[in-house]
Ligand binder design. Structure first.
Ligand code: TNX
Length: 516
């Protein structure tokens, strides 16, 4: 039972049975896929899977085959052999993830399960993704998740063929990335005096909170993700959501305004503090981004751009001076001017800029990639003018919303987003010019963590909704069927339990879904 649903899946009579002595063959180009294959099968079966030099006699063969693109693959299971064919590393990796899902759920155990019969149904699977960008975002600024928890998150993403980990590392309530050139970013910027209390968001708990990732930890996470075919896209917020950086270096803010008193924020929501449109700030951001680009090989750098109220710019004589010098009429245009500097810098280093949909308000640069989170009108406009867009509409992709009636669910930010509503998302907007839909790069789920304080609750908010979104991102539109998804999901929940994922249980009405 595979999630996301493959493009073609044909079952036949009979089974292949994994046995302790079975050997594996790999074409020379496919040999790097041997270790993910062993990692997938060895812990639960206890079978060592030795490599053999001859395809003849091998139980499992990893072979290179033309025509599967960068991420597609083919699986052929007969009573005597399993063939995993692909044109490259991502394809073999995804074939292995699907193969795991064809086995009994006990395959996800981390110790040998001697009583299980390891049967794989005879079948042919031919598969490739609908969208190239299949992401999950994790906000590590509001709450911090240590390296080991990030790795678990990546393990689970990989199983559902997600390929982008969007890492929200910076916000008003904490700067979580060590930048060597600016030590105060973590010394001061990573610590807030307190956090809103559980159950009463208007009151602080009085407990200082702070942590950050060292550059060594970041490199390790990037490497770990790459092994799982996941690109880590860092997000460094600007010009808003930058309160922690401004608290660390007050000269970065609009310090000529009355009552200027930056601090690492202790409440959630939108913050008035934003970077000044100054050369001091551009120099700071260029230096920060140089270290960021050294740590993250991603072709994309996310610069935030959301929720930046323009009041401080309007109140600052310096910012107003920049506006009149540059002939800029509004705060929104000043933001676009600001971000154009950053985009030029990123482009000169071979990286593309991604920003939240507010980057369109003052004029969208033709090369910028927009992440849609609010009204779909922004996506239509961007796509129709030839920009690329990633769809993360809050209405379907905000995994920080409650999974049922807010009265009966654990405290969450606001709103309700049920499993079936995630599953219903059709990411291509209507009203597009012919051909503009090609600009939709894909889909992403966002885990903002104001109310997600630990890994157990992160599991609960992520799963199973992220399994539904994985199917939106990967599977052909015409193959999406909620009843069939729920049927497969019920089997997957056993696997998730075995993996130790503390997912949210299905609503009663789904507990006995039948194939129909
Ligand atoms: C809006 S979505 C934000 C975040 C919050 C989130 C809570 C976006 C680009 N900005 O700062 O955490 O709502 O759902």
């Amino acid at each position: 039972m595979i999630i996301p649903q493959p493009l073609k899946e044909e079952r036949r009579e009979g089974h292949f049975r994994l046995t302790p002595a079975m050997a594996v063959y790999a074409d020379p180009s496919a040999r790097p896929a041997l270790s993910p294959l062993r990692e997938a099968l060895e812990p639960a079966t206890g079978f060592p899977l030795p490599e053999t030099e001859h395809r003849q006699g091998a139980a499992i063969a990893l072979i290179e085959e033309e025509g599967h693109g960068t991420e597609g693959y083919r699986i052929e299971v007969n009573t005597g052999t399993i063939t995993l064919a692909a044109s490259g590393p991502a394809g073999w990796f995804y074939a292995i993830q699907s193969l795991r899902q064809l086995l009994p759920a006990a395959i996800f155990a981390q110790t040998p399960q001697t009583a299980v019969e390891w049967k794989v149904p005879c079948c042919t699977v031919e598969d490739r993704p609908r969208f190239a960008w299949r992401g999950l975002m994790l906000d590590c600024a509001r709450h911090f998740f240590p390296e080991e928890e990030i790795k678990r998150f990546l393990d689970h993403m990989a199983l559902y063929k997600y390929n982008v980990f969007h890492w929200h590392l910076v916000d008003d309530q904490g700067w979580r990335l060590d930048i060597r050139r600016y030590p105060r970013l973590v010394e001061i910027g990573s610590v807030r005096a307190e956090t809103p209390r559980a159950g009463n968001r208007n009151e602080g708990d009085g407990v200082p909170y702070g942590d950050y990732y060292t550059q060594e930890e970041v490199r390790e996470i990037v490497r770990y993700a790459a092994q799982r075919q996941i690109t880590v896209v860092p997000e460094i917020e600007m010009p808003g959501h930058s309160g922690a950086a401004i608290a660390a270096y007050p000269e970065l803010g609009n310090f000529d305004i009355p009552g200027y008193q930056p601090e690492v924020r202790t409440r959630w929501g939108v913050n008035p503090y934003l970077y000044a449109p100054s050369e001091t700030v551009f120099e700071f951001l260029r230096n920060v981004l140089l270290e960021v680009m050294e740590l993250f090989p991603s072709p994309y750098i996310h610069i935030g751009g959301d929720e930046a109220p323009k009041e401080q710019w309007k109140a600052s004589a310096f910012a107003r001076g920049v506006m009149s010098r540059e002939g800029i009429a509004s705060g929104e245009e000043l933001q676009s001017w600001f971000l154009r500097h950053i985009e030029d810098f990123l482009l000169s280093h071979g990286r593309r800029l991604i920003g939240w949909d507010e980057i369109q308000e003052g004029g969208l640069s033709p090369g910028a990639i927009m992440m849609l989170w609010r009204d779909w009108k922004w996506a239509r406009a961007a796509l129709n003018s030839g920009n690329q867009v990633i769809m993360t509409p809050a209405s379907h992709c905000y995994l920080d919303y409650s999974q049922g009636p807010v009265e009966t669910e654990p405290e969450a930010i606001c709103g309700e987003l049920r499993l079936e509503n995630v599953y219903e998302l059709e990411p291509i907007p209507d009203g597009l010019n012919p051909g503009a839909e090609a600009g939709v790069m894909g889909v992403q789920g966002n885990l903002w963590t104001e109310y997600i304080r630990d890994a157990a609750h992160l599991d609960f908010m992520t799963w199973p909704r992220a399994a539904a979104l994985a199917e939106v991102a990967w599977s052909a539109r015409e193959h999406r069927c909620l009843d069939h998804f729920i049927l497969r999901l019920r089997h997957h929940l056993e696997g998730m339990k075995t993996l130790g994922i503390r997912y949210r249980p299905l609503d009663a009405r789904f507990a006995d879904a039948r194939e129909g």
